[in-house]
Design a protein around this ligand. Structure first.
Ligand SMILES: Nc1nc2c(ncn2[C@@H]2O[C@H](COP(=O)(O)OP(=O)(O)O)[C@@H](O)[C@H]2O)c(=O)[nH]1
Ligand SMILES: Nc1ncnc2c1ncn2[C@@H]1O[C@H](COP(=O)(O)OP(=O)(O)O)[C@@H](O)[C@H]1O
Length: 222
């Protein structure tokens, strides 16, 4: 386990978030395209950092420890739970997934926004913790047939795993109304443009609540 994501680096309650940046969440049923959209956003925007999750699921071909996930054993995961190292955690498809708090706080303290690829359970927990700083975006596939063909063509999972993800897809989708924005990822570039538009709009909304207040006060005092 990488030390920089464990709780040992800080003394106080590391689940207490510094509230400077946005917490930008992408969720979707497996295969709808959230990882693809997340990596496009990270490439296009210097002011947002990815929250790398911890998981007990097996590494897929091509995935890197510390970049895609921190891959840990079940025991290591439960130790992190006991240490209160997670901002949120959940069981998805029979595996444990969690967001380590320390890197998120570091990014926020650096003035970065933070991008999360987490499920609806984690989104609810994050929302309870950080409320108005969380922007929740749900990505839908255009059809379930297209979802299956994306899972097939991604070529990372066995037919059994793909089947179980398809069986979970409708229950994942049923949580769509717990999100601020719902996008259909049909044409990738069009969907990505909407993701960027949402981020830009939400940044402006925050600027209205924070920096601009001082500006308006000074302007009116002139
Ligand atoms: N709550 C929570 N969910 C996560 C976290 N990391 C990933 N997930 C979700 O777990 C699910 C499975 O992710 P993954 O194994 O990468 O499969 P994929 O969605 O098919 O790429 C997805 O819905 C992810 O959004 C996390 O830290 N917390
Ligand atoms: N709009 C799209 N049109 C066609 N294929 C897509 C689109 N968006 C994503 N994909 C492809 O679908 C597969 C699943 O996408 P991925 O981002 O891994 O989904 P998720 O992270 O939601 O599980 C990948 O092979 C990806 O390249």
């Amino acid at each position: 386990m990488a030390d920089n994501i464990s709780s040992q680096n800080i003394d106080n309650d590391h689940r207490e978030l510094s509230r400077r940046g946005l917490l930008f969440v992408l969720s979707s049923p497996s295969g709808a395209g959230k990882s693809t959209l997340a990596s496009m956003l990270l490439q296009a925007d210097d002011e947002i950092a990815m929250s790398v999750s911890v998981t007990t699921r097996a590494k897929r071909p091509g995935e890197e420890h510390g970049k895609d996930y921190y891959f840990v054993s079940g025991e290591e995961f439960e130790e992190m739970v006991a240490d209160h190292s997670f901002l949120e955690y959940a069981t998805v498809f029979g595996h444990r997934y969690g967001t380590p708090a320390v890197p998120v706080n570091e990014s926020l303290a650096d003035g970065q926004d933070v991008l999360f690829d987490i499920d609806w359970q984690g989104t609810q927990q994050l929302y309870q913790r950080a409320g108005q700083d969380v922007v929740r975006v749900f990505i839908l596939p255009p059809t379930l047939g297209e979802l299956r063909s994306r899972l097939d063509s991604r070529n990372t999972d066995s037919p059994e795993i793909i089947e179980s993800r398809m069986q979970r897809a409708t229950s994942e989708i049923s949580h769509w109304d717990g999100y601020d924005y719902v996008l259909i990822n049909d044409d990738l570039e069009a969907c990505f443009a909407k993701v960027k538009q949402i981020l830009a709009t939400e940044r402006m909304r925050r600027a209205r609540q924070t920096g601009l207040i001082g500006f308006v006060r000074d302007l009116m005092a002139e």
